[in-house]
Design a protein around this ligand. Structure first.
Ligand code: FDA
Length: 508
C-alpha cells in the first residue's frame, strides 16, 4: 500500500545502514505538518483541501538515506518530489497529482569551504544565505555569484540557473559549478565523471528534478574586493522615472562588468496635486564591485542623468551587501542569513521575459498607469551583458546570453482573504501588453521563475516531447531542449522523475 508507515520504514531500514525511524514522517506525526507548512515558501496551496498530501516526508541526513528513499518510493509505487528550499513558484517540490513522498533535504546541508583552492562542496539542502555566510566566515575576499534572497535553496536554484548581483561579472550560479553528486532512479550515486558530461551539463540549468536527486555541488568561489559600493535611488515613475528607465535600457548591459544596476517598479502611497493617492515608483538598486569614487566616475560617464552623488553611495563588505539587497539595512548580524524562511512569504504568482531591444518610452508610461492602480504588484528588471555575453548559448542549458539586454520578472502577491483572481487577471493583462516589446520566437522565460501557464506535460502521453518543444521547452531552453531530452533518456529512460514541467526522455 502507498501509505503504510511500517512497510515504508522496513523498506528504508533494509536499504540504509542507519536507523531511520526519525527521518520518515507519516501523516500522523506532528513533525509532518510542521515540515509541510514551514517549507512552502509560496503558501498559495496550504489550505487547499482538494490537493493530495504526501504519503510521507523523508528528511535524509545521509546520501545513503536519499538512496533508500528513492528505492522505497519506487517499490511502493510512490512518486518523489525533491525539495531543497521550497521556493518553487508553482509548488512543484511539494505538490503532486499522484501518490508521492517529499524528499526534504532540510537536514542535508553541510558546506565545506576549501579556501586554498577557492572551491566549496555544498549539500543541496543548504540555502544560498548559508553559503554566503560560511564563505564570509572564512574569507573577506571570496564570494559566490547566486541569487538575492538568502532563504532560496541550493538544490533548486543551482540546478535552474541562479541570477544574482554578480552575474555580469561572473555569470550564473550554474556557470560556476565544477562537479556534483547525483542519485539516480536506481539509487546509484554518481559524480561528474560517472554521470557523464551530458547529464552533468543538463543538471546545471536544466532543472535537477528531471534527472534525479542532486545531493551536492562543487563550486568555484569568486574573488570580491574587500569593499564594495551599493546605492538605491527612488524616482516617481510618472515623472522623470519613465525617461530614466528608458535610458537605463541602453546602458545597463554595457556598463563595466563589476557594475550591476537593477530596476524595480512598484506602487507607493502618496498624494499629488490631482489627489492621486497611489503612484508607481521606480528604484535603481545597485552593487558596484569597487569604491565610491570609481563608481561616481563610471556613472558620470555612462548614466549622468541619474544624478548619483557620493552621499547616495555606501561602501561595505561584500557580505554586508548581501544583507543590503535582502532589505536588511540596520546593522543586523550576519546570522540573519541563516534564516531558512523568506522574509517575503506570501501568496504569489510570477512570469518572466527577456528583452533584446530597448522599448519605447511610451511603454513605461503604460506600465506606470497600470501600477498606479494596483498594490502588491512588482516588476524587476535585471541587466545582462558582461560575462553573460561571453558564455555561449549551449554551454549550459540556460540559453539567454548574448543579444539579451535584461530579464524581467513580473510578480503579483495577495493576502489570503483577498483571493487571487483579480491579481492573476492583472498579471495576464500586463504580460499581454508587453508581448510586442520583449523577445519573440520564442517569447523566452527563465526556468527558476517557473510558470505553468507556458504549458505542462500531459501525463502518460508519449507525444509530450513534441508538445514540450513547441511550448515551455523552447521558451526556457531554446535550442538546448533536445539535448536535455536526450540526457534525460540516458539517465532516466523510464521517466521515474517526472512532474508538470519535467524534461521528457528522447531516445537516441
Ligand atoms: P524547491 O525546493 O521548491 O525546488 C525547486 C525545484 O527544484 C523543484 O522542481 C524541485 O523538485 C527541484 N529540486 C530541489 N532540490 C533538488 C535537488 N536536490 N535535486 C534535484 N531537484 C531538486 N532566482 C534567481 O535566480 N535569483 C534570485 O535572486 C531569486 N530570488 C528569489 C526570491 C524568492 C523569495 C523566491 C521565492 C524565489 C527566488 N528565486 C530567485 C527563484 C529560485 O531560484 C527558484 O524558485 C529555485 O528553484 C528555488 O530553489 P529551492 O531549492 O528553494 O526550491
Amino acid at each position: 500500500s502507498y501509505g503504510n508507515l511500517q512497510d515504508f520504514a522496513t523498506c528504508m531500514s533494509f536499504h540504509t545502514t542507519s536507523t531511520c525511524s526519525s527521518v520518515v514522517h507519516s501523516q500522523q506525526s506532528s513533525s509532518y505538518t510542521y515540515l509541510l507548512q514551514e517549507s512552502q515558501q509560496n503558501p498559495r496551496w496550504l489550505n487547499s483541501t482538494s490537493l493530495l498530501k504526501p504519503s510521507f516526508i523523508v528528511t535524509p541526513k545521509t546520501q545513503n538515506e536519499i538512496q533508500g528513499a528513492i528505492l522505497c518510493a519506487k517499490k511502493h509505487g510512490l512518486q518523489v518530489r525533491v525539495m531543497s528550499g521550497g521556493h518553487d513558484y508553482e509548488g512543484l517540490s511539494f505538490l503532486c497529482k499522484k501518490p508521492f513522498i517529499i524528499l526534504d533535504l532540510v537536514d542535508y546541508r553541510s558546506i565545506n569551504i576549501d579556501i586554498e583552492n577557492e572551491t566549496a562542496w555544498i549539500q543541496s539542502g543548504a540555502t544560498i544565505g548559508e553559503v554566503y555566510y560560511n564563505i564570509a566566515k572564512k574569507s573577506n575576499i571570496l564570494g559566490f555569484p547566486a541569487g538575492l534572497c538568502p532563504s532560496v535553496g541550493v538544490g533548486g536554484h543551482f540546478s535552474g540557473g541562479g541570477i544574482g548581483t554578480m552575474m555580469r561579472k561572473y555569470g550564473l550560479a550554474a556557470d560556476n559549478i565544477i562537479d556534483a553528486n547525483l542519485v539516480d532512479a536506481n539509487g546509484t550515486i554518481l559524480n561528474r565523471k560517472t554521470m557523464g558530461e551530458d547529464v552533468f551539463w543538463a543538471i546545471r540549468g536544466g532543472g535537477g528534478a528531471s534527472f534525479g536527486v542532486v545531493s551536492a555541488w562543487k563550486v568555484k568561489l569568486v574573488r570580491v574586493p574587500s569593499l564594495v559600493t551599493v546605492f538605491t535611488i527612488h524616482k516617481r515613475l510618472d515623472q522623470e522615472g519613465v525617461e530614466l528607465v528608458h535610458n537605463w535600457q541602453y546602458i545597463a548591459s554595457k556598463l563595466p562588468k563589476g557594475l550591476f544596476i537593477r530596476v524595480l517598479i512598484q506602487q507607493i502611497d502618496g498624494s499629488d496635486i490631482q489627489g492621486n493617492a497611489k503612484q508607481a515608483e521606480v528604484l535603481f538598486n545597485s552593487l558596484f564591485l569597487g569604491l565610491k569614487t570609481d563608481l561616481i566616475s563610471v556613472m558620470n560617464a555612462n548614466f549622468p542623468e541619474l544624478g548619483l552623488k557620493m552621499e547616495d553611495c555606501t561602501e561595505m563588505s561584500w557580505i554586508k551587501s548581501v544583507l543590503y539587497f535582502t532589505g536588511y539595512q540596520k546593522g543586523e548580524p550576519l546570522e540573519v542569513l541563516l534564516d531558512r524562511k523568506t522574509q517575503y512569504k506570501s501568496n504569489f504568482k510570477a512570469k518572466s521575459d527577456f528583452v533584446v531591444e530597448p522599448m519605447p518610452e511610451s511603454v513605461f508610461q503604460g506600465i506606470s498607469e497600470r501600477f498606479s492602480h494596483k498594490k502588491l504588484v512588482f516588476m524587476i528588471m535585471d541587466p545582462l551583458g558582461g560575462k553573460m555575453d561571453e558564455i555561449e548559448e549551449y554551454e549550459i542549458p540556460f540559453p539567454h546570453r548574448k543579444g539579451n539586454i535584461y530579464n524581467i520578472q513580473y510578480i503579483v502577491k495577495w493576502d489570503s482573504n483577498e483571493g487571487s483572481k483579480q491579481y492573476l487577471y492583472w498579471l495576464q493583462n500586463l504580460y499581454k501588453y508587453m508581448e510586442p516589446y520583449v523577445s519573440n520566437s520564442p517569447r523566452a522565460a527563465y526556468l527558476n521563475y517557473r510558470d505553468l501557464d507556458l504549458g505542462i506535460n500531459q501525463q502518460g502521453n508519449d507525444s509530450s516531447y513534441r508538445q514540450a518543444i513547441m511550448t515551455w521547452g523552447t521558451k526556457y531552453f531554446k535550442g538546448n531542449f533536445q539535448r536535455l531530452a536526450k540526457a534525460k533518456h540516458q539517465i532516466d529512460p523510464n521517466n521515474f522523475f517526472t512532474n508538470e514541467q519535467s524534461i521528457p526522455p528522447l531516445c537516441c
